[in-house]
Design a protein around this ligand. Structure first.
Ligand code: CA
Length: 503
């Protein structure tokens, strides 16, 4: 800008030059600085997005979310670094793993850290968030926000609006305002209100639209009560996994379908006349219908937002991202919920549309992580990632390239024993996955090419001795590179002091 202005000044067109350069740069800036619409749902997993295919695609298509992939790119290997809500959201905001951002469990995010909203705001973006937040501390770096306290309610949800936060820093204690309707509809209404009325029109925006659905307890909007009514939901091939040959972790956890923990999937009233396999089959049907009715509501509401982008002309210069905060089990290994490093909970859906930059109908096998989201969005916006961020920008992958030095393995760590799910850590490559359940000192190894549904633990198979050795070395290398101490079990988080208790 300086050079161009100087050049025109030299020519003697001082007044004209500044008008001209303003116009030229305004239009160039518009191209260079796209709006960002980041849509994230809670516990929406790739098996329940029809663009990913799978056994549910025919009975529960998600045409609106699929549209993002049709007009953009779908990532087949996007992984979460710690598969639960608050830690994943914190990793997304900070670009750092749990042991570096301090959020190992359901503790509060220390907002004095550099975060995606703060850096985008600093880069000149108007930043805003509506819906599920779940970082416990008062939001920072957002020009506008309206959030659910904690998990929030499905029906007639309460919101805490910007200005109503609690001075203690514990946002859930802020003043609450009730809205009539189902949370997915109310959040989409708020998103549309933001896009139409609340944002300044002379600035690019970074807008986080976070749905509560389809988190448990899967309370769908009334209008979906007949959806899938007469449909038999297909079962995954390992619904009746007997956990043979696996560590004790799978055998002792309580996140299996029918578990009485939390009373989410046992449906006792409707299944008490049944026993054994028949009971579990029925519980699976009841669980899936509730979950998928919530998914349908999210998809329809995503459609409303995409339609508005088209109608308003915003679509051309807006990057649209759709993701879930982690993966989720839909009956695989007989499970629901997340936490475990198996594929269904580890994989996040990730779809992006960026007109003019991403070729429609693209797919990438490149391995991307939730810690990469912030650096990628910053680079795509022309800003710089913070040097503390551990993730990497995958802008080249959006454009169909996987650089030769791009990561070939990823590090995972889960700290909590909620649902009696054992803490564990591990490494996944494109071909194998090694999991170490650190508290019970047991290992599992899967050959993902031969056994993509992870039924055969080959850790003790002599044919895999050299793979085990190699992966243990890789695990250590990643721990060193990322600064994780295997002895740090997350009991004394350096940060997150605002959290009053573990939930
Ligand atoms: Ca979640």
């Amino acid at each position: 800008m300086y050079n161009r202005r100087n050049f025109l000044r030299i020519l003697g067109f001082s007044a004209l030059s500044s008008a001209l350069s303003r116009n030229i740069w305004a239009s160039e800036n518009k191209q260079a600085r796209p709006n960002i619409l980041f849509i994230m749902s809670d516990d929406h997993t790739s098996q329940a997005i029809s663009a990913y295919g799978g056994i549910l695609a025919d009975i529960c298509p998600t045409p609106n979310i699929d549209r993002i992939a049709k007009e953009g790119i779908l990532f087949e290997n996007c992984f979460v670094t710690n598969s639960i809500c608050t830690p994943s959201r914190s990793a997304i905001f900070t670009g750092k793993y749990s042991h570096m951002n301090g959020v190992y469990k359901f503790t509060a995010l220390d907002q004095s850290q550099p975060t995606l909203p703060k850096l985008m705001q600093k880069a000149g973006y108007y930043t805003a968030l509506v819906g599920k937040y779940h970082l416990h501390s008062n939001p920072a770096g957002l020009n506008y926000w309206s959030i659910l306290p904690g998990q929030g309610r499905y029906h007639d949800p309460e919101f805490i609006e910007m200005g109503d936060e609690n001075p203690s820093g514990w946002v859930n204690d802020g003043k609450r305002t009730e809205y009539k309707g189902h949370s997915s509809g109310v959040i989409a209404d708020k998103a549309l209100d933001f896009l139409k009325n609340k944002r300044p029109k002379d600035k690019p925006f970074m807008f986080f639209c976070h749905f509560k659905a389809p988190h448990d307890t899967w309370e769908f909007a009334r209008r979906y009560r007949n959806f899938l009514e007469d449909v038999e939901v297909p079962e995954p091939p390992n619904l009746f996994d007997d956990y043979e040959g696996r560590s004790d972790a799978l055998k002792k956890q309580l996140q299996y379908i029918g578990s009485e923990w939390g009373d989410h999937t046992n449906f006792e009233d409707q299944t008490r006349h049944l026993k054994g396999k028949q009971k579990k089959k029925k519980q699976y049907q009841l669980y899936m219908k509730k979950y998928l009715r919530c998914v349908k509501g999210v998809d329809d509401n995503v459609g409303r937002i995409l339609d508005y982008l088209d109608k308003s002309g915003l679509a051309d210069n807006t990057i649209v991202i759709y993701t879930g905060d982690q993966g989720f089990f839909l009956g695989e290994h007989g499970l629901y919920d997340k936490r475990l490093m198996y594929e269904e909970a580890l994989r996040m859906p990730f779809l992006v549309r960026w007109p003019g930059r991403i070729k429609p109908l693209s797919r990438s096998k490149g391995m991307i992580l939730n810690v990469d989201f912030a650096p990628t969005i910053l680079v795509a916006s022309g800003a710089r990632p913070h040097p503390d961020m551990q993730g990497h920008s995958f802008v080249p992958l959006l454009e169909g390239e996987i650089p030769s030095d791009w990561r070939k393995s990823m590090y995972y760590r889960y700290y909590y024993s909620h649902f009696k799910t054992e803490p564990h850590l591990g490494v996944r490559t494109y071909k194998h996955k090694l999991i170490y359940f650190n508290r019970i000192d047991q290992w599992e190894l899967y050959d993902l090419e031969k056994d993509p549904i992870e039924m055969n633990n080959v850790y003790d198979d002599p044919d895999y001795n050299s793979i085990v050795k190699k992966l243990k070395k890789e695990l250590k290398r990643l721990q060193t590179e990322l600064g994780d101490d295997p002895k740090d079990i997350g009991n004394n988080p350096r940060l997150g002091a605002l959290a009053p208790h573990d939930e």
